[in-house]
Write a protein that binds this ligand. Structure first.
Ligand code: GN1
Ligand code: MG
Length: 363
């Protein structure tokens, strides 16, 4: 870990107002390291160490983010919105340059302006979910006409066929010897039963029936800044903004929001799929996304709600079998606990499949 002095030196490489006075860890992402930087120049900042093992092309990553934030900023200006600096992230260039990232010889870093008086939460009520649905529909609508071509910062990030093949490779290599554990083996077997069905989106895409649009691809609840009234002010964690199916944002939000337990809840009895949250979110989302959603996209929204707990179970399990090389873990076996929780959520969502379909049809 870096010392305060080292972190301050890194911050000093960016064109911030004033100087950093204090730097503290912030948030609980599983990929990057995030810090809150207090400064004496009138605004505070968020410093992030970019996980370069996962985001190997930092230049592409930051170029995507600059395109997206720039485009949203223009849209908000054109719509005559107030308080724009609270509604879209602003990244700070390095001193004497235009790059928004800095390499210290070992790590890549970036800084954005901290947006005060906002909250991040791990759980949301129905009212917040409805607002979040509206915001995401709007986020996707705003990005529909972005002129820059965005690259995939993690190629095939939400490609279910790829995720299944990665799990199969992990099983075949069994790098950490964990396939000898009955729990791991049983989960792999259960996952395989649904593999074909869950790869439906890739098939629809190949048949020309499902477009890719610019999506956020990591819409879990804690990647949003809410204001006190439950409005999503601003969407954060933009590393994975890239072309994907609309299922990504719809499904991943519900994966966290409609879960009655934590993503890594050890007591799976506490994990259930909350239909009231589904209904609230779906109502908001369809309201603002109906302008661009095709019938195929719309009727498969319940599929999206199943796909994401499933995909996350596959990813956590593959990482467990690989020996915990991707997600940060807090204790041995964490990725297996996460897998079981996501698997339970998937089971619970499956029970509500028809109810979800009926509700979407009623909107
Ligand atoms: C990661 O960085 P964070 O924690 O917001 C992951 C997501 C997973 C999520 C599971 C780049 O997101 O895809 O859904 O963990 N991001 C990446 O909590 O893999
Ligand atoms: Mg995050």
């Amino acid at each position: 870990m870096k010392t305060q002095e080292e972190l301050k030196r890194i911050v000093g490489g960016f064109d911030i107002k004033g100087n950093a006075t204090e730097i503290r860890p912030l948030g609980n992402g599983l990929i990057n390291d995030t810090f809150k930087v207090s400064a004496d120049g009138g605004e505070d900042y968020v410093l992030q160490r970019i996980n370069h093992a996962i985001f190997t092309d930092v230049e592409l990553l930051q170029s995507n983010i600059e395109s997206v934030t720039g485009h949203i900023r223009k849209k908000l200006e054109a719509a005559g919105e107030s308080d724009i600096d609270r509604k879209v992230l602003r990244f700070i260039p390095v001193k004497g340059g235009s790059r928004t990232w800095y390499h210290d010889g070992e790590n890549y870093w970036r800084i954005s302006v901290f947006i005060p008086d906002t909250v991040t939460v791990e759980t949301v009520n129905e009212e917040y979910s409805y607002c979040a649905g509206k915001s995401f529909g709007r986020f996707e609508a705003m990005l529909a006409d972005i002129p820059d071509k965005l690259g995939e910062t993690i190629p095939d990030f939400h490609n279910m066929e790829l995720r299944i093949s990665q799990l199969r490779e992990a099983v075949a290599h069994d790098a950490a010897g964990r396939m000898a554990e009955p729990d791991a083996k049983a989960l792999v077997d259960q996952i395989e039963l649904y593999a074909d069905e869950m790869c439906k989106a890739e098939r629809l895409h190949r048949e020309g029936l499902l477009p890719k649009r610019i999506c956020h691809c990591d819409t879990k609840v804690n990647n949003m800044l809410f204001d006190k009234d439950g409005n999503v002010l601003c969407i954060i964690d933009l590393d994975t903004v890239m072309p994907s199916f609309v299922f990504s944002d719809f499904g991943d939000f519900l994966r966290s929001a409609a879960n009655t337990g934590a993503e890594d809840e050890p007591d799976t009895d506490k994990v259930n799929f909350n239909m009231n949250i589904f209904k609230a979110f779906a109502s908001g989302y369809v309201e603002s996304a109906k302008v661009f959603l095709t019938p195929v996209e719309r009727e498969n929204l319940p599929f999206a709600a199943l796909l994401f707990p499933y995909m996350q179970a596959v990813r956590f399990l593959a990482d467990y079998i690989n020996g915990d090389v991707y997600y940060k873990i807090a204790y041995p076996g964490h990725n297996l606990v996460r897998t079981k929780a996501q698997w339970k959520l998937f089971q619970s969502a499956l029970e509500h499949r028809q109810e979800m379909a009926d509700f979407i049809a009623s909107l």
